[in-house]
Design a protein around this ligand. Sequence first.
Ligand SMILES: [Zn+2]
Length: 68
Amino acid sequence: MNKTYNLGSIVVMKKAHPCGANKWEIIRIGADIKIKCLNCGRSIMLPRIEFNKKLKSIIEEEKHEEEN
Ligand SMILES: [Zn+2]
């Protein structure tokens, strides 16, 4: 499975956040990946390898301009 994610991608992890939500936005990509919980706004940092292991699916790739 090809997992492509970018800054701003919305992802689902294998394990939900303790707040009950399981939707995260990628806010930083480097050696470590930083993701922010869309429900409570807390962010966590994971080494890229670990992030890839815990990543379940990508809901939305890089955000595009919304059409209004
Ligand atoms: Zn949360």
